[in-house]
Design a protein around this ligand. Structure first.
Ligand code: MG
Length: 255
């Protein structure tokens, strides 16, 4: 969406604050032995207590045969995104866990993800998480009025280049606000000065996903939601909802 009214901006800012709080609470609950369904339940409870609505629960993306069955996405190790929380998903020391959450506050949607270690993780996992967070920050910094949507992916690609990690190509960021997923689609790679013009007031969800190995991903034939790396190596994901301004972008989901 493009924010035109002060009233809309205030709703997005409040929604972003609430989402960041909820996701941070989920992140704090990530310890060895916790079930992924317990993380889902924390997210769900906090969102409902605030009087808001989980954005992913029962959401049916384009082309999906069934609606998404949970509030939170929990993607462990080689799972890239859209992992479904469950009773039998139990986290263990050394895992890396992507948690992705969206909510609707007073009619407007915000979206956010972080990747969190379970206890001590190896050096490659630390670097993967750091590089993905830095890639998100580079993408955000490139979201400037007067530029192009392609500038965001270009900045992400430049940051990742030479790190040894690869960028997932099948999935990307998106407009957000009146719906969970809006145009424009935001690839996490590619040439700058391409695509739609970025204007002040645009609300964008920027979300790079980086793989430790090759860029290829596969969609689970069982649940039809979980994307995994094809080579079984690990993946990390960070996402913020931002507002394009006439100056620095405003991170609506800042913790
Ligand atoms: Mg998103």
């Amino acid at each position: 969406m493009i924010v035109r009214l002060e009233k809309e901006l205030q709703k997005l800012q409040e929604g972003g604050k609430r989402l960041a709080f909820a996701l941070d609470e989920v992140a704090r609950a990530i310890v060895s032995g916790v079930r992924t369904i317990e993380l889902n339940d924390i997210a769900e409870r906090i969102i409902r207590e605030g009087g808001d609505v989980p954005a992913f629960l029962n959401y049916r993306p384009n082309g999906a045969s069934a609606p998404y069955p949970a509030t939170l996405c929990v993607s462990v190790n080689d799972e890239v995104v859209h992992g479904i929380p469950s009773e039998k998903g139990i986290l263990k020391e050394g895992d890396i866990v992507g948690i992705d959450l969206g909510l609707r506050h007073n009619g407007l949607f915000v979206d956010m993800a972080v990747t969190v270690p379970v206890g001590a993780i190896d050096a490659s996992a630390v670097k993967l998480i750091e590089t993905t967070r830095n890639a998100l920050n580079a993408g955000i910094a490139a979201a400037r009025a007067g530029g192009y949507i392609g500038d965001i992916g270009n900045a992400i690609e430049k940051l990742v280049d030479g790190s040894g990690f690869s960028i997932v190509r099948e999935l990307g960021g998106h407009g957000v606000g009146r719906a969970v997923h809006e145009d424009p689609y935001i690839a996490n790679f590619g040439s700058g000065e391409r695509g739609e013009r970025i204007v002040a007031g645009m609300v964008l969800a920027i979300e790079p996903m980086l793989n430790e190995g090759g860029h290829s991903v596969v969609l689970s034939k069982q649940d039809k939601y979980t994307f995994r790396t094809k080579d079984g190596k690990r993946s990390a994901h960070f996402e913020h909802t931002i507002l394009v301004t006439d100056g620095e972008p405003e991170i609506l989901t800042a913790i």
